[in-house]
Design a protein around this ligand. Structure first.
Ligand SMILES: Cc1cc2nc3c(=O)[nH]c(=O)nc-3n(C[C@H](O)[C@H](O)[C@H](O)COP(=O)(O)OP(=O)(O)OC[C@H]3O[C@@H](n4cnc5c(N)ncnc54)[C@H](O)[C@@H]3O)c2cc1C
Length: 338
């Protein structure tokens, strides 16, 4: 999912940049990333959620984000297959709508970037694990890898899932907990859902891929873990939520389920900036929402590596916010409960 409906001005700048860059990405990379801006609705299942929704939409509109408060009728218009029946377990009181939000194909984004970087002369060395850092005179001077040593004046670390493991090797700690995040897809069916539906209350999000599969994502597993498979009780909760909201999916067969490890930070915002080890720069802590931020995360890290300095967009996301207390709490904006 790609969207930029976050709450705080700092996040609006960051994700807004990413969203705009996504809109031109296929052209920039000369590779179709299959961005489909089909709109996305965050459902509100109670009056209280609706009040928070209104506050969120107001904050977004003040920051210039294209957010709208949806009534139940609006939700019915974009997602008519939702379970609107009386007595439904997750009734719809309305929702937060972002029309420019949507989906992109994740493999295509990775392939597109790899191909474009390669064209610019960047070496991408696959299956090459960083095992340690070369530290000389109190500064990072390079990395040890399973395929030899690489020295550099500045090093960028973007190793989600293992940020704290690598940080420990570099001699510092990060405020990160790592969890498995799961998703699954059904067998393909004819077009039936042409928007993205997210239910923060149940921790479920649903969309339909171009191939027709129903793509279902869920909340984080409850226990920190590096095991890349995800646990069954979480999947069961997610599927139960989907079936309550979309009983029509009850007969679908699931084809695939997987999990990736995401690095979660206490304020659910990323960490971008120099690490406590000089010359080593961080780009981590994107939690469950780093895909939508790829073009901005990459641009900001590149800027840091090239200049050694923050710009206005990356500055608020420095690690020092955990010392100053200037947190950017996007626990609600992240959509999936962190
Ligand atoms: C199931 C699932 C669904 C998601 N859905 C969405 C979504 O809809 N929208 C959204 O915005 N985000 C989503 N996310 C989150 C998003 O995928 C992450 O936030 C994002 O991929 C983080 O990007 P990254 O570049 O920091 O890390 P990653 O993409 O995780 O890449 C880190 C890389 O570092 C490598 N690495 C780790 N340790 C080492 C080492 N020692 N040496 C060398 N390499 C190493 C890893 O192999 C990996 O390739 C989802 C995540 C999951 C798991």
């Amino acid at each position: 999912m790609v969207r930029s409906n976050y709450y705080y001005p700092q996040s609006v700048e960051l994700y807004g940049l990413a969203h705009r860059l996504y809109e031109g990405l296929s052209k920039d990379l000369n590779y179709n990333v299959m961005l489909s801006q089909r709109g996305m609705v965050n459902l509100c299942h109670s009056t209280a959620e609706m009040e928070v929704g209104a506050r969120t939409v107001n904050a977004m509109q003040i920051s210039g984000i294209d957010a709208e408060l949806f009534s139940p009728e609006d939700v019915r218009r974009v997602a008519p297959i939702y379970n609107f029946s009386a007595g439904a377990r997750f009734p719809v009181f309305g929702g937060i709508w972002q029309g420019r939000a949507g989906t992109a194909r994740h493999d295509a984004v990775a392939w597109g970037y790899a191909r474009a970087a390669n064209r610019l002369g960047v070496d991408i060395i696959q299956n090459c694990e960083i095992t340690d850092f070369i530290i000389e005179g109190g500064r990072c001077r390079g990395v040890q890898t399973t395929r030899g040593t690489i020295r550099a004046e500045r090093i960028g670390m973007a190793v989600a899932g293992h940020s704290s493991v690598l940080a420990e090797k570099a001699g510092f700690r990060l405020p990160i907990n790592s969890y498995a995040l799961q998703a699954c897809v059904s067998e393909p069916v004819k077009p039936i859902l042409d928007t993205v539906v997210l239910s923060p209350g149940t921790g479920v999000y649903v969309s339909q891929s171009d191939k027709g599969e129903i793509v279902i994502g869920g909340g984080l597993d409850r226990i920190p873990s590096y095991a890349q498979r995800g646990n069954l009780p979480t999947l069961e909760t997610v599927i139960a939520g989907v079936l309550e909201m979309f009983p029509i999916f009850g007969q679908l067969k699931l084809m695939r389920q997987w999990a990736g490890i995401v690095d979660v930070v206490p304020d659910s915002s990323p960490i971008i900036g120099e690490s406590p080890l000089p010359n080593l720069f961080l780009n981590c802590g994107w939690g469950t929402g780093g895909f939508k931020a790829i073009p901005a995360g990459g641009t900001l890290l590149a800027n840091l590596l090239a200049s050694g300095k923050h710009n206005d967009i990356s500055r608020p996301f420095d690690l020092d916010r955990f010392a100053s207390g200037r947190l950017i709490d996007e626990a609600a904006g992240s959509g999936i409960a962190h």
